[in-house]
Structure formats: C-alpha cells, structure tokens
Design a protein around this ligand. Sequence first.
Ligand SMILES: CC(=O)N[C@H]1[C@@H](OP(=O)(O)OP(=O)(O)OC[C@H]2O[C@@H](n3ccc(=O)[nH]c3=O)[C@H](O)[C@@H]2O)O[C@H](CO)[C@@H](O)[C@@H]1O[C@H](C)C(=O)N[C@@H](C)C(=O)N[C@H](CCC(=O)O)C(=O)O
Ligand SMILES: Nc1ncnc2c1ncn2[C@@H]1O[C@H](COP(=O)(O)OP(=O)(O)OP(=O)(O)O)[C@@H](O)[C@H]1O
Ligand SMILES: N[C@H](CCC[C@H](N)C(=O)O)C(=O)O
Ligand SMILES: [Mg+2]
Length: 485
Amino acid sequence: MKIKDLAGTSFPELSAQLTGDASDIEIGGITADSREVKPGDLFVAVAGTKANGAAYIADAIARGAAAVVAADAHVDAGTPVFSLSEPRRFLAKAAAAFYGRQPETMVAVTGTAGKTSVASFTRQIWAHSGLSAAMIGTTGVVAPGRNEYGSLTTPDPVSLHKLLAELAGEGVTHAAMEASSHGLDQNRLDGVRLAAAAFTNLGRDHMDYHPTVEHYMASKMRLFGALLPKGSPAVIFADDQWSAEAIAAARKAGQDVRTVGRNGDFISLKRVEHFRHKQSAEVHVGDDIFEIHVPLAGDFQVANALVAAGLAMSTGITAKAAFSALEKLQGASGRLELVGQTRDGALAYVDYAHKPDALANVLESVRPFTTGRVIIVFGCGGDRDKGKRPIMGEIASRLADVVIVTDDNPRSEVPEVIRAEIMAGANGATEIADRAEAIRTAVGMLKTGDTLIVAGKGHEEGQTIGSVTLPFSDHAEVRKALGGL
Ligand SMILES: CC(=O)N[C@H]1[C@@H](OP(=O)(O)OP(=O)(O)OC[C@H]2O[C@@H](n3ccc(=O)[nH]c3=O)[C@H](O)[C@@H]2O)O[C@H](CO)[C@@H](O)[C@@H]1O[C@H](C)C(=O)N[C@@H](C)C(=O)N[C@H](CCC(=O)O)C(=O)O
Ligand SMILES: Nc1ncnc2c1ncn2[C@@H]1O[C@H](COP(=O)(O)OP(=O)(O)OP(=O)(O)O)[C@@H](O)[C@H]1O
Ligand SMILES: N[C@H](CCC[C@H](N)C(=O)O)C(=O)O
Ligand SMILES: [Mg+2]
C-alpha cells in the first residue's frame, strides 16, 4: 500500500509533504515499536509514558523502515521522516486503512465498571439472534471458533486492526469492544468505525494515569465526542452519579442519546428483584412491557444487561429478542462467578473488583443472601493508582465481616508496602502475603451461611512479580482449597 493511501484525506498536514517520489513510497507494514520494524515498514513515533518513540527513529531506520512519521522530525538519514502533530491519531487511522476491513457493525462501551460484562452480553445477544458476533476486551477475544486470552482491555491500534480484519475475513459481522480510558486517551480506537457506543458509570480508577477525575471522564467522553459518528445511538446508563455529564457530552456531540435504567427513557426499569443467583425485572420500552430474567449473581448485572440490550436494540435486534437472550446469559469469566461451595453450603466466588466502587458493589450484592459472614480476600496491583488502596481497605472492613489482605500483581513495587497501604484503611484485617495461602485460609474458615469473595484477579491467569508473570489462577486456588476440605 502507498503511504499516500494511508494518509487518505484526514491528514492534509501529511499529504502536503507527500510530493514527488514521496507519494509513491510503498509500505509493507506499520508499527509504533522500533524493535518490531521489518524492512519496508512505516514506523510511527509516538510519545508514551515511559519512552518517546522519536528517540528510536534511527533504530527504526537501521532496521529498514521505508518511512517514518513523527511529531518532531529532525533526523536526516536518507529515509523520509514526515512531521505530523498527532502521530497517535495517524497510527490508528493508518492501521485501519492498511488492514482495510472491520466487522460491519461495531460498538464500544466505556465506563469504570461493567465494560467486559456489557461487551460479553452484547455479543451473546447478537449470537442468540443468529449473527456471527465477537467481543474484544479485558478477557481477550471471543468469536465463533475463537476464545483467546488478551492482555490489554483495548488493544493497540495495529494489533486491533489486524484482528478486526481477520474477524471480518472469518465472517464476523458484529463486534463489541471495550473502550478503556487509556485506550481512548491514546487514540487506540480512532480508526474504528462505530455504529453505537455506551457508557456504564464512573468511579475512582486509574488516578495514576489521569491527573484529575475530570480528565478521566473527558477521556471516556472522547468515545461520544470524537469517535462515534454524529447522530449515532449513544446508550447511557441513567442511574449513575456521572450519567448527567455523559448525557450532556453525548448531546453536545449531536448523538442520538438513549438512556437505560430507572431514570432511562429508552429502556426504563420499573421494578427489580435481586435473588442470590439471578436478577428479575420489569422494563418498559415505549408502550411495551417486558419481564426480564438475568441468570447471574450481582445486583449490578441488571445495569450491565440493560446497557447491552440497549446496544443490541440500537444495532437491529428487537427488544423481544434482546430480552429473551438475557435469560441465557453466561457471566464473563471471574465476574462474581460462583466457583464452588463447601459441604455445608458456604459459597465461594471469584470476582474482578479491583477499584473502590466495584468492591463496594460486590460486597453489598452478596450481603442480603448471606446468613453467616461475608469473607473477602483481595489486594491491589503495583504500578497502579496508589490512592485507592486505603479506600478499598476501608470499604472491605466496613462491608465484610472478615478481611484478608494479600498480594495482587505487585509488578515493580514492594508488596509489603502495597499491603501496608491497604491495611492503613482496613480495621481488623488480617495480612497474608501469599495469595494461595490467603485463599486456603479463607476457604478453611467457611461455615454454613458464609460467602467468600476472592476479588481483584477475576479471569487472570498469572501473578506479576517484578517483570515476571508466574502462572496463577484464583479459580484454580479456590477449587483446590475446596477440594482439600
Ligand atoms: C500506560 C500505558 O497505557 N501504556 C501503554 C502504551 O505504552 P506507552 O505509549 O506509554 O509506551 P512507552 O513505553 O512509553 O513507549 C513509547 C513509544 O516508544 C516506542 N519504543 C519504545 C522503546 C524502543 O526501544 N522502541 C520504541 O519504538 C514504544 O513502542 C511506544 O510506541 O502503549 C503501549 C502500546 O499500545 C501499551 O502496551 C502500554 O500498555 C502498558 C503495557 C499497560 O500496562 N497499560 C495499561 C495501564 C492499560 O493500557 N490499561 C488499560 C485499562 C485497563 C482497565 O482498567 O480495563 C487497557 O486498555 O488495558
Ligand atoms: N455495572 C457495574 N457497576 C458496579 N460494579 C460493577 C458493574 N459491573 C461489574 N462490576 C464490578 O466490577 C468488576 C469488573 O466488571 P467488568 O469486568 O465487567 O468491568 P470492566 O469495566 O471491564 O473492568 P476493567 O476496567 O477492569 O476491565 C466485576 O467483577 C464487579 O465486581
Ligand atoms: N486492566 C487493569 C486490571 C487490574 C487488575 C488487578 N489485578 C491489578 O493487577 O491491579 C489494569 O491493568 O490496571
Ligand atoms: Mg474490562
């Protein structure tokens, strides 16, 4: 493909530089990582949190880059280096143009909690209607014939567009993606052609990355303001404290706002009943009344199910089909997932709550069904928002009866320090460094009527200590401990 075709019409700043021979430069591949440059590739230098790609232009050229696009291009090495003020946006658009195909109907969901669940539910509703559907998110890629573990919630644009082209080639017509705030802020989704988008809620998260909560919200609102074509359906959960801001942002961007929830007018929730293993509700869509049943634990799954139904109904599925699909939903792996029980009937769940609101939600969800004690095992990841640690400690000690603080991906930090920061907020908690031992101890304590939640790692299959990831699974450890009783 020629570089001028990658630039298209969106980058007049670049087109102006593509005169003479430059306009005919052939590009064999695209990458933003000099270490991955192959002869003939286009290297796009972007500034990151740890490094600046501009420092690796010479490296990319030495590896055979055919051309370079960078914000600040000063290298003169016989290889054309083009200047562009927004290399990240270009990277996304160029990757989309290079790989050329994406599923016809794509939707994206943002919010602090519920993205993986909503993306998974949307895929399941589409599939229930016979469509060839995929989801891409924290738990990886799910599509007909595919169930692949992933690392980022929103993949980098080059891997993303390579994947989307493969999915489209495999006949996938519908795909639901998670839009993380990092992904939105770093333009990872700027090349995706969206048919609809959704917002679930906003709570404290990623304050290591975003300077303020307003910046965090603004990154999320790029989804409605910068990415979703004007006039498209914007499905917004209406009962969150940030819903009004999300609605205002989507309206300002000229989107077709469709609210769901108690305060929703697209799908309005009239009555809800929470059971231990399922949620039932009455919802109104226009003049039609539906009884819905979601066979999953957790009050919060009602919100996720309504957002997913809203997305499905905004992409051609009838309300009736969407709601009947909810009855067959499978929960996303490790989201308040019942892993097993003791002989006395105490239940053990694995959950992915790793931020304050999610932790509070999950603890509050199981309380009404727990006649004994609520026991929680959790930790906080290293190299992530430090401020949330004492807050999560406080929430756990207030809402659970027994709190065991342990390790969760310490990464480059000292695990003792992370635990001490959590313990500072957690009155009466016990500290057990080794996560497997913490799980064994908690399972060993279980008596009739108790509920155990092992939170923070959900579907994860490893524990990252330093730069090494050792195999580790909360599911496996809980099962092992239950088996040993
Ligand atoms: C903080 C963050 O978001 N980092 C992501 C970001 O890296 P970065 O731009 O900061 O990269 P950098 O290391 O500073 O380097 C800058 C540039 O120089 C290039 N470089 C660097 C060295 C070299 O020798 N040559 C070279 O070309 C790099 O390839 C990069 O393009 O872009 C990279 C490529 O897309 C990501 O892999 C990387 O994710 C890291 C691994 C990460 O942990 N990200 C997490 C925080 C994340 O993105 N999480 C969100 C949200 C999770 C959720 O709550 O759901 C997610 O979407 O997963
Ligand atoms: N709508 C919701 N409101 C509050 N908490 C929720 C909601 N949905 C899920 N949770 C909690 O958040 C955890 C993560 O859910 P999910 O994976 O669906 O969210 P996410 O936004 O994808 O999270 P992440 O950003 O970590 O990928 C769940 O295990 C549960 O504890
Ligand atoms: N996608 C999130 C998940 C964090 C999960 C938790 N287990 C941790 O390691 O902090 C992140 O990378 O921040
Ligand atoms: Mg997720």
